[in-house]
Design a protein around this ligand. Sequence first.
Ligand SMILES: CC(=O)SCCNC(=O)CCNC(=O)[C@H](O)C(C)(C)COP(=O)(O)OP(=O)(O)OC[C@H]1O[C@@H](n2cnc3c(N)ncnc32)[C@H](O)[C@@H]1OP(=O)(O)O
Ligand SMILES: CC(C)C(=O)C(=O)O
Length: 795
Amino acid sequence: MPCMLIDPSQKYKPYTPLKLDDRQWPTKTFSKPPIWLSTDLRDGNQALANPMTADQKLTFFRLLVKCNFKEIEIAYPAASDTDFSFVRYLIENGEIPDDVWIQVLTPAREDLIRRTFEAVAGAKHVIIHMYNATCPMFRNVVFRNSKEQTVALAVKHTEIVRKLTDEYSASHGMKFRYEYSPETFSQTEIGFSVEICDAVKTAWGKASTGIDRIIFNLPATVEIAPPNHYADQIEYFCAHITEREKIIVSLHPHNDRGTGIAAAELGVLGGADRIEGCLFGNGERTGNVDLVNLALNLYTQGIAPKLDFSDIQSIIDIVTQCNDLPVHPRHPYAGDLVFTAFSGSHQDAIKKGFEEQVGRHADNLTKGEAQIWDMPYLPLDPADLGCSYEAVIRVNSQSGKGGIAYLVKQHLQLDLPRKMQIAFYQVIQAISDKEAREMTVEDITTAFRKTYHFGANYHGRLTLKSFRVTQEPSPNPSNGVTTPDERRRFDGTISVDGVLRVIRGDGNGPISALLDALHTHLDIDMTLREYTEHTIGEGQNAKAASYIELVATTPEIKDTRRAAQSWWGVGLDSDIAGSGLRAVLSAVNSAIGDRVLPELKLNVGFNSSTGQAEIADAIINSLALQLPRRLQASFFEAVQRAARESEGNITYEALTNLFQTTYGYEIEDKGRFYIQSFKLEHIGDTGRRLFTGEMIIDGESRKVAGEGNGPLSAGLAALHSQIQGTLACREYAEHSVGEGADVKAVSFVELIYEMEGETKKEVAWGVGSDTDITSSGLKAVLRAASRIPSVKGRA
Ligand SMILES: CC(=O)SCCNC(=O)CCNC(=O)[C@H](O)C(C)(C)COP(=O)(O)OP(=O)(O)OC[C@H]1O[C@@H](n2cnc3c(N)ncnc32)[C@H](O)[C@@H]1OP(=O)(O)O
Ligand SMILES: CC(C)C(=O)C(=O)O
């Protein structure tokens, strides 16, 4: 079975180095781009298993024009009808911009040269490119020609080309230039290459300076030596060809040794003016030199390549569709992975690099200096090629905290503190190791949201609904005067497992006040270990992000740094205090896990005024009712009475029930008096209203009627017709509850009752609700009346 040889010198001969004393190219540097020629539609196309269709060639040609190529080899027109017709199509349909030179290739054969001229007839600017192979093997094997015959072939056909250019210039007003390629230049004796090119120049007879320079294209048809050898050959050629000023020296490197790029670059240092190649290195065998790569190599040295690859992805899309060949994911500048770092230390450096660069660029801007791109691992700003930073960092099991933190910052705008980065990294590492796959940005942001209960759909068992942080006055014991101090009070509503709770706590600041409240009301005893914050955005849209590390409070561990376990939390809010409080709950949610929380109870009556506000808050939270101040006082008394038997403690549920049953709010029992049906009418133009309807009075249905200034007084008048004594409305309030289709009106009515012939008065509140505001008011009136036991019905 054939295999690699132990001694390959028995099979392969080394190249013969050129003896070039005092070579100049190693100390030269780049200062300007070469002249570019794309040969995608010729050398690239001829190497495809399925050469491009006419439509594909047209699409590709337009792309090359868009990329700013001014010299484009469009075909080998004598090769096929497709190529010939394509050239005709471009010319006849005005596809070739005036500043673009089309180039066409022909061998040194008269019939094919004539066919080539027929193809380009009528084009404005044409480079006729003729070639014949010159190296010993081709002379001996393919052409079986001597050196003299090889020169004669080139000279004879150059003369034919010259004659035809004169004829076509005269008949069609065309402008021609001539390119000659000693094919297999890199394998040809260098002296013979110079000799044949000099002879061709003479045969052409009209090489001049500027635009009339003859092009000698020196192909590394097969790359057989390292790039320094090619550079030597080019430098030698440039130094020995006659009338160098009348010549454009062009390179045409292939990539058989994988050093096509280096060969082209060193060849330019060796004195070449022009490079022929293909986009992304398509071409025979291992391809022609990649022009995108070469141009962007110059670009990253700060030299404008005069080619535009700003939207690299659309260029890749067109080229891969036309060539039906993929671009390798590691292809320089263009591959899917070339701006991507998976490994932790690379990611860490990139993250730090970006952070440093933002500051440096801001500094440059104020000083009016250039904002130089200087990033670890990223020689080019992906944005310059129309790429986003999205793929710069991708995460798998090789990744570290820096990369993950970078993605969290990019996608959630959260700049995690170092210790939290480490904590979250462990979360991602565990998932990535377990699932043995890359973590997408979505995987990471979702894991972040879940871990820290961050965002609407990921909230934990405890969420902040509303809060107030006030400065707590502290009495100065020496003189009894109240002075403000640094302490803060937290009053807030939090949802605990879906149930709203009002909690309160005191501390040195909002965070310790909330921790105190959680301890007091929910037996959650935690201590703050670390806190950081930053703003996101600017102006009115600015938000505060807070990060908090909590540890369990234990009497044994006084120093929080010594606690082995901690929980991180994150909070985002337009208000800095709010973001800190949300961060506390985020950490607490992780800390409590599934732990059963004690049932929350209100402690009623520890302070008369604050207790009343607290109970009113509880009703806001449970029933969304904003009680008028005097109803608050009334209900507070009812609560105090009810709580007396339980040492001042009352559950939220019991409190809510108490309110509903006391004031008849949305309960089944309709009370002593209620309306079955009613109608309200205006009485002429008096502005007064007439209430007629059916009321239930102590279980008996009665037809009723009454007049008043408004609906409520008319309803009251109707009720008066059925009872003894007088009821008057002392206070009325209303507001809406709910939104959209679910909105309803809630009315609060306080009635005052006077018995006939008695001075004693009684008062009572009633609460009614209905989708109709009048009905809700009337219900509240009858509820209040029902609550006054001394109201007697008429017989
Ligand atoms: C390194 C390069 O990329 S060079 C460009 C290569 N590109 C192509 O070949 C694609 C287009 N080519 C073709 O379609 C065909 O080869 C044609 C139409 C040009 C010629 O086709 P054919 O006449 O059938 O000849 P064939 O394809 O066999 O070519 C080989 C013949 O051309 C001769 N030949 C090869 N190169 C040249 C040349 N540059 N000048 C003159 N004759 C040449 C060979 O010596 C051989 O001659 P022989 O038949 O007398 O032995
Ligand atoms: C025709 C020549 C320039 C060629 O394509 C080559 O040598 O690769």
